[in-house]
Design a protein around this ligand. Sequence first.
Ligand code: ACO
Length: 209
Amino acid sequence: QHPGWPARLGPVRVAAGEVSLRPVRLRDAAAWSRTRLRDREHLERWEPTGRGAWEARNHVSNWPSLWSSLKAEARRGAMIPLVIEVDGAFAGQLTIGNIVRGALRSAWIGYWVTKDLGGGGVATAALALGLDHCFGQVGLHRVEATVRPENLASQAVLRNVGFREEGLLRRYLDVDGAWRDHLLVGMTVEEVVGTVLDRLIREGRAALP
Ligand code: ACO
């Protein structure tokens, strides 16, 4: 175990319902696969290129090996792989990855939320909970995220929690079948006044249940 793992974060109330985060579980297989097969169009454009067809990669039988590699990374302190729940039901994933200690004390954060909950404030609340965890228990100094310039919804989410734009990374990630430019955004702990969640609550974007 390492600081901040395993973690249960939230709940916090937004328009879509009560948002909380918890570690990935082996028994997430069915919900994970069902949502990802249903939401292919919503997800595929923004995700790393995978080997093989979407249907095969997101088949229920693929979850156990994915789950076990996520858990292995978490055990060695490099990752915090969480499921986003809304009103207790599977609603997506939030992952904190490439956790580096030493003089850098940094990580990246990424997320996806099911299409049916779109615009309900779920990603914004989940990201706030994840960031506060990074700067709190995990003890990081900096968190970064990368987002395609075409992904306006995700950019809005990042902006709304206080990320600052740092630059454009050209042909940075192999996403949806090609090398894609990505905007780099970052946040350091000094930029957070109180907590990120406090800010959302002050702005009326979230409330404590
Ligand atoms: N153009 C501009 N803004 C938009 C658009 C659009 N087409 N669609 C939605 N938005 C805005 C909304 O208005 C809202 O901003 P506001 O609160 O200022 O009005 C914001 O985007 C959405 O906020 P939430 O409701 O908190 O987000 P949601 O729960 O709908 O999830 C997400 C957003 C994560 C991008 C979801 O659509 C998704 O999973 N998409 C596919 C996967 C993906 O793109 N993941 C992110 C990859 S980048 C990364 O991980 C750092």
